[in-house]
Design a binder for this molecule. Structure first.
Ligand code: PLP
Length: 396
């Protein structure tokens, strides 16, 4: 078969929605990174800590006792109860453990389920740009259309409520926000969240709020979107354990939402996943019951690193707005005149420092790179030394 015919056949083999997805801009760098020695990675967005031992130990004990079966589709009742207790005591928002909470395979699954549960073909979902890499992909896979709202450094990468409202059409089904944000580290002011809630109410569109970084906030208070008056009935809250408790590999998260939405999400979950990993659920119970001091200790350390990296980046000429959440710095690379992909590739090859091109997170990420500071202070300082040399060499 000639190449052209073979290409056409392959195209037909794969669904249109999958063909529409662009390959992850992050993956490419990780593949390159794996093949090199001596690289300092500010690339991967995950804690450098191992899960606190008492959390892992709870899971080990459960394995010893033979807890190795499926759980209820929605997750262990005790975990849903602990999650409800946590949300009420931390953010003052009350969810019914039986019916309004679904335990999932990370926020990743919860996000995918939320989109598949609410979208019909062609429905639009408004989201900030730049945004977490899975946001537009999950919308596309669910048959929807992502509608991007540019955000800028001048506005601290907060999405402007009026810019959201300007993009609402009869096809708008939801607004998808995620604060503290990946890749920028931005948090949202309360007034802006209130304004988004008001817009959602007025136009009768749902809000899906990804709050996986809720605990990683520096010098401020996280506002849970569904704790805003009237929003609990109109929004899906996505939360998880990966970042705050250093549990990325356990694959556990949750969605909290009105009963009909959780029921719809559970329908998909029961056929595709069955139940979140049992030992991860046991570990999550322990995390909620006694993980608080570990969270506070890790957050304090992230904050120390945050201050060092932001100052360091600014000092070497990569201007960087102050991220108030998550564990990312998002400096501008304008002084080098390079695209973010060029910058990241050259920096990796010439100085063995891995960062992620801002363009991987949407058009508005161009001109920036994402530096994850969930790594030791010594590595951050060495990375800054190498980046300083690099910027000096390539400054335009
Ligand atoms: C904003 C955001 N949402 C969701 C996820 C996925 O998290 P999980 O490990 O819970 O699937 C990530 C992971 O990096 C993230 O940054």
């Amino acid at each position: 078969m000639n190449d052209k015919r073979q290409g056409r056949k392959k195209d037909k083999l794969i669904s249109d929605s999958v063909n529409r997805l662009s390959p992850s801009g992050i993956r490419k760098f990780f593949d390159l990174l794996q093949s090199m020695d001596g690289v300092i990675s500010l690339g991967v967005g995950e804690p450098d800590y191992a899960t606190p031992w008492h959390i892992s130990e709870a899971a080990v004990r459960s394995l010893e006792k033979g807890y190795t079966m499926y759980t209820s589709n929605s997750g262990m009742v005790e975990l849903r109860e602990e999650t409800a207790r946590y949300l009420e005591s931390t953010y003052g928002v009350k969810y019914e453990p039986l019916g309004e909470i679904l335990m999932t395979v990370g926020v990743s699954e919860a996000l995918d389920l939320a989109m598949r549960a609410i979208l019909n073909p062609g429905d639009e979902v408004i989201m900030p740009d730049p945004h977490y890499v899975a946001y537009d992909s999950c919308v596309i896979l669910a048959g929807g259309e992502p509608v991007k709202v540019p955000t800028t450094e001048e506005n601290n990468f907060e999405v402007e409520p009026r810019d959201i409202e300007a993009r609402i059409t009869p096809k708008t089904k939801a607004i998808l926000i995620g604060y503290p944000a990946n890749p920028t580290g931005a948090v949202m002011h309360k007034e802006k969240l209130l304004a988004i809630a008001e817009i959602a109410r007025r136009h009768q569109v749902m809000v899906v709020s990804d709050e996986i970084y809720a605990r990683l906030v520096y010098g401020g208070e996280h506002i849970c979107f569904t704790s805003i008056r009237g929003m609990k009935d109109n929004a899906v809250l996505l939360g998880g354990f990966s970042k705050a408790y250093a549990m990325t590999g356990w694959r556990i998260g949750y969605a909290a939402a009105p009963k009909e939405i959780i029921a719809a999400m559970t329908k998909i979950h029961q056929y595709t996943i069955m139940s979140a990993p049992t030992m991860a659920q046991v570990a999550a119970i322990e995390a909620l019951k006694s993980g608080e001091s570990s969270v506070l200790e890790m957050v304090e350390n992230y904050n120390r690193r945050r201050l060092v990296i932001v100052k360091g980046l600014c000092d070497i000429g990569l201007s960087c707005f102050e991220p108030k959440g998550a564990f990312y710095a998002f400096p501008s690379i304008a002084v080098t005149g390079m695209t973010s992909e060029e910058f990241s590739e050259k920096l990796l090859i010439e100085e063995k420092v891995a960062v992620v091109p801002g363009s991987a997170f949407g058009e508005c990420g161009e001109g920036y790179v994402r530096c994850c500071y969930a790594t030791s202070l010594a590595e951050i300082e060495e990375a800054l030394t190498r980046m300083k040399r690099f910027v000096k060499k390539h400054r335009k």
